[in-house]
Design a protein around this ligand. Structure first.
Ligand SMILES: Cc1cc2nc3c(=O)[nH]c(=O)nc-3n(C[C@H](O)[C@H](O)[C@H](O)COP(=O)(O)OP(=O)(O)OC[C@H]3O[C@@H](n4cnc5c(N)ncnc54)[C@H](O)[C@@H]3O)c2cc1C
Length: 434
C-alpha cells in the first residue's frame, strides 16, 4: 500500500472517494468505518435514489411489494452517524490521480477531491442492436428507474416477451406470469441459464416454467421488434417480436436480459488494466497499486480454494452477485487502510423464480461429473458437481439444508462422498468428510 498522505493538489483533501453507491460501495464505506477509519468518506453515484438493493427489482418490486425507498440498504441516520456522505445524481466523467490522491469531476462540474479512491461502478445491461429496440415497451432491467417503467408497462400488457433465458429474464418471466400475463421466453442457446448451471438444472427450470404456463423457445433466433408506428415519425409502441423466419410473436412489453457489461470507463481513463472488468489482485487492488475496485466491475483471481491447481482455479473471474460485491468490498476497504486480508471465498448466489429458490454454492467450472440428489419432479433437489472425488459446487432447488452443507464443506476444505450424497435419505451435513 502506498502512503495515503492527503492529496496535495489543488483540492487538498484527505479521505476516501467511492464511485458507485450500490452494493459494493455501501459495503466498502461501512467496512472502512468498522475498521476504524476516521477520515471523510464520500459515496457518490449517478442514480436518483440513495443506495438500494437491486435483487428485488425483478421479484418483489414487479409484484408491487417494494419501492426504491423500501429497498434502501441503510437509513439516512446510519450514514449521518457514520459520517458517510452520500451523493446521488452525480455522474463522474473524469478523474485525475497520483499516488497521493486526486480529484474526480462529475458531468455537472462538481469536484470530488480524494486521498484514496475506490471504483464500485458495477455493470450495465448488454444492449442488442436489433431493429425496433427503440420502440416503447422494449427495455432492460438494471435499476429502480428501469423497474418503475417496467412495472407500469406490465400493468397495461397482456403479452410479455423476454429475450434471454438467464436469471434476470426468468425472474421477470415468473413475476409477470404470476400476475396473469401471457409470457414467452426466447433463449438463443439450447438450454436455460446455460452459463451458470448444469444441464439437469436447466432442464428442470424449462419444465417448471412451462408447468406454470410460460412458453419457452430454445434456440430462438430473434431478429427484431415490430411496433405500431408513432406519430410524427417518433418510435411507436412495440407490438411483437420478429423471429428470423418472419414469425411475429405478439408482445406489448419486451424485456431484454442478455447479460451485462462491466462499467470500466473511468478505469480506462486512469490507464488501469481492464479485461472483462477492472483487473484487480486478490486484495482488490487495481494495476496502478493505489486504486481499489470491487463488485460487478472487477475481474479478480479465482477466489475458490476448491479449484486450486486447475486451469480454472488459476484463472480470473468476474462475478455478478451480491455476495461477491460484499466480500470483495470488505477486502478493498482493508486494502485502502493498508491491512492485508486473507481472501478465501466460496462464491454463492441465489435466484428466486416463482416459488422456486435456487441457491448455488461454489463454482462448477472445472467439474467432470454431477450427481443428482432428490427428485426434480418434486421441485426439491440438488445437483452436486465433482472433479474426481472432490466436491466443488452445488445447485440446490428448494433445498436450503443441502446448500448450507455444501457451502460449509467448501468453506472448510471438506468434501462429501458422491455415493453418500446421492442417497437423499442421508443428511449432507452428517456425511461431510474432512
Ligand atoms: C434485477 C436484478 C436482480 C438481481 N438478482 C440477484 C440475486 O437474486 N442474487 C444475487 O446474488 N445477485 C443479484 N443481482 C446482481 C446484484 O444486484 C449485483 O451483483 C450487485 O448489485 C453488484 O453490486 P455493485 O455495487 O458491484 O454494482 P451495481 O449494483 O451495478 O452498482 C454500481 C453503481 O455505480 C453507478 N455508477 C456507475 N458508473 C458511475 C459513474 N461514472 N458515476 C457515478 N455513478 C456511477 C451505477 O449507476 C450503479 O448505481 C441482481 C441484479 C439485478 C439488476
Amino acid at each position: 500500500m502506498p502512503d495515503s498522505a492527503p492529496y496535495t493538489g489543488a483540492a487538498g483533501s484527505a479521505g476516501t472517494l467511492i464511485i458507485g453507491n450500490s452494493q459494493a460501495g455501501v459495503q466498502l464505506a461501512s467496512t472502512l468505518r468498522e475498521l476504524g477509519d476516521t477520515e471523510p468518506i464520500v459515496l457518490v453515484g449517478n442514480e436518483a435514489h440513495p443506495p438500494y438493493q437491486r435483487p428485488p427489482l425483478s421479484k418483489a418490486f414487479l409484484k408491487g411489494d417494494a419501492t426504491a425507498q423500501s429497498l434502501a440498504f441503510r437509513s439516512d441516520e446510519f450514514y449521518r452517524e457514520h459520517s458517510i456522505e452520500v451523493v446521488t445524481g452525480e455522474h463522474i466523467t473524469s478523474i485525475t490521480r497520483d499516488a497521493f490522491g486526486g480529484e474526480a469531476i462529475s458531468a455537472s462540474g462538481r469536484r470530488f477531491p480524494f486521498a484514496r479512491l475506490a471504483l464500485t461502478t458495477g455493470a450495465a445491461p448488454r444492449k442488442l442492436p436489433f431493429a425496433g429496440s427503440d420502440l416503447r415497451g422494449v427495455g432492460y432491467l438494471r435499476d429502480a428507474a428501469d423497474a418503475t417503467r417496467l412495472l407500469a408497462e406490465l400493468a397495461a400488457a397482456t403479452n410479455v416477451a423476454i429475450v434471454g433465458g438467464g436469471f434476470i429474464g426468468l425472474e421477470v418471466a415468473a413475476s409477470a406470469r404470476a400476475s396473469g400475463k401471457n409470457v414467452t421466453v426466447f433463449e438463443a442457446a439450447p438450454r436455460l441459464i446455460g452459463r451458470a448451471v448444469s444441464e439437469e438444472t436447466s432442464a428442470f427450470y424449462l419444465g417448471a416454467h412451462e408447468r406454470r404456463g410460460i412458453t419457452v423457445v430454445l434456440n430462438a433466433r430473434v431478429a427484431g421488434f415490430v411496433g405500431d408506428g408513432g406519430p410524427d415519425s417518433q418510435p411507436g409502441a412495440v407490438t411483437g417480436v420478429r423471429l428470423d423466419d418472419g414469425t411475429i410473436v405478439p408482445a406489448e412489453v419486451v424485456l431484454i436480459g442478455v447479460g451485462v457489461i462491466p462499467r470500466t470507463e473511468l478505469a480506462e481513463q486512469l490507464g488501469l488494466a481492464v479485461d472483462n472488468g477492472i483487473v484487480v489482485d486478490s486484495q482488490a487492488r487495481a494495476s496502478d497499486g493505489f486504486t481499489v475496485a470491487a463488485g460487478d466491475c472487477a475481474n479478480m483471481p479465482n477466489p475458490s480454494r476448491a479449484d486450486a491447481g486447475t486451469d480454472f482455479g488459476d484463472g480470473r473471474l468476474r462475478l455478478e452477485s451480491v455476495q461477491n460485491a460484499v466480500e470483495q468490498a470488505k477486502v478493498a476497504a482493508a486494502t485502502l487502510l493498508g491491512l492485508e486480508s486473507t481472501h478465501h471465498m466460496v462464491p454463492w448466489f441465489w435466484s428466486d423464480q416463482a416459488d422456486l429458490k435456487l441457491q448455488i454454492a461454489g463454482l462448477s467450472g472445472s467439474h467432470d461429473r454431477v450427481i443428482v440428489r432428490g427428485n426434480p419432479h418434486d421441485e426439491k433437489f440438488s445437483v452436486l458437481y465433482y472433479r474426481g472425488e472432490q466436491l466443488i459446487a452445488a445447485d440446490c432447488v428448494n433445498s436450503p439444508l443441502d446448500f448450507m452443507a455444501v457451502r460449509n464443506a467448501l468453506n472448510h476444505d471438506q468434501s462429501i462422498p458422491a455415493d453418500l450424497a446421492a442417497d437423499s435419505t442421508n443428511s449432507l451435513k452428517k456425511v461431510t468428510t474432512p
